[in-house]
Design a protein around this ligand. Structure first.
Ligand code: ADP
Ligand code: MG
Length: 350
């Protein structure tokens, strides 16, 4: 490559976004927050902000249509976009869907995709109000823009955690990653019979988490009922490790997480140990696509959350010089490194 050109691989996805962020200026007072959080934040009225986010899924990068049913894909495209609204403590209201389609797709295929999207709209109580359609030279691309609102005093940024805050998560981790492994392993069976749908039999939980994930908008209502406003929040799309790094770095803090506290479903644990020989904690930290919420709350909110079946306390925020660490089940301190999914990442050196 010519001397003055930098391969994107050298920056990685986050480096590239940083570089874009440096080059972009904002002029409008109504732009409350631009690049750098799960959503852009825009003035709505005296009480509320708009929160807006876009997510793109590309064939052969994000999904393999040899085993992903289009209906599930439509549902997932909306879930992943809506998850970013939840990450701001917001409630989604409208979505716009843009498609790029190669000539191999039929009207019936698009119908199937929209069946899944319509199902998601019903479930999340959002309206699909527009989009764009173009042709593509290589496969299918789906881009979803989602709009939501949040009361100003309830907005949760990535950068506002405080030292001593409790680190909490919704749901459990690592299942979607093993679901993907399972599908990849079974690919041959799918290839031999193109009518075959993934069996939601023995490993139904793992497959469901991979193929048809849910955004945790339910948790936003739940937090409201509990009277909790998270001091910071992010959704877990790229693995718990990567996301706690974002919260810690952007809040200028460190964090201490406890391995034994990180929720992992039995099915994930057993499949990790028995079938794939992958340490379940590695799946939870570095797997990704869980679409759970990672948040910090004030210590004084401990009692409100302590016995909650869907929210687990997994650690606390520390001084920045203490770094971001995992205390293992054996009591060892292990530095957490963000090894989750990143586009353009160079392969690890041997
Ligand atoms: P998430 O994983 O929550 O969807 P991303 O890591 O994709 O977040 O994006 C982080 C931030 O960078 C967001 O504020 C997003 O809007 C912004 N961003 C990502 N790509 C671009 C781009 N090409 N141009 C401008 N902003 C971008
Ligand atoms: Mg996000």
């Amino acid at each position: 490559m010519a001397e003055n050109f930098t391969p994107i691989q050298e920056l990685g996805e986050f480096g590239l976004i940083n570089s874009i962020q440096q080059s972009v200026k904002q002029f409008l007072p109504s732009t409350i927050k631009g690049i750098g959080d799960d959503c852009a934040v825009i003035e709505k009225n005296e009480e509320e902000f708009w929160v807006v986010s876009t997510d793109t899924m590309c064939e052969a990068v994000h999904f393999d249509l040899r085993y992903v049913p289009l209906k599930h894909l439509g549902y997932k495209a909306l879930s992943t976009a809506i998850s970013d609204i939840a990450a701001m403590n917001g409630i989604p209201s409208q979505v716009l869907v843009s498609l790029a389609l190669s000539s191999r797709f039929t009207k019936e295929a698009v119908d199937e995709l929209y069946e899944g999207m319509n199902h998601a709209c019903e479930n999340y109580k959002v309206d699909l109000v527009g989009g764009d359609t173009t042709s593509s030279q290589s496969g299918l691309m789906i881009s979803v823009t989602v709009i939501g609102s949040v009361k100003k005093e309830k907005i949760a940024y990535r950068s506002t955690a405080k030292k001593g805050d409790l680190v909490c998560v919704t749901g459990d981790f690592g299942a979607a990653y093993l679901g993907l492994h399972l599908l990849e392993r079974e690919k041959q069976a799918f290839l031999e019979n193109d009518k075959m749908q993934p069996k939601l039999g023995t490993h139904s939980y793992l497959l469901q988490r991979q193929l048809k994930p849910e955004a945790r908008t339910d948790a936003i209502f739940e937090l409201e009922d509990l009277g909790i406003v998270p001091t910071s929040m992010i959704d877990v799309s790229d693995g718990l490790a990567s996301e706690i790094m974002h919260l810690a770095t952007q809040s200028n803090l460190g964090a201490q997480l406890y391995e034994e506290k990180i929720p992992i479903a039995n099915e994930t644990f057993n499949a990790g140990v028995d079938i794939f020989k992958i340490d379940p904690i590695t799946c939870a930290l570095n797997g990704g696509e869980d679409y759970e919420l990672l948040m910090t709350i004030k210590q004084e909110d401990f009692d409100k959350i302590e016995k909650h079946p869907e929210i687990s306390i997994i650690g606390f925020m520390t001084d920045p010089d203490q770094g971001v660490n995992l205390i293992t089940k054996q009591g060892n301190v292990k530095e957490i490194q963000a090894q989750g999914w990143q586009h353009f990442k160079k392969p690890e050196k041997e």
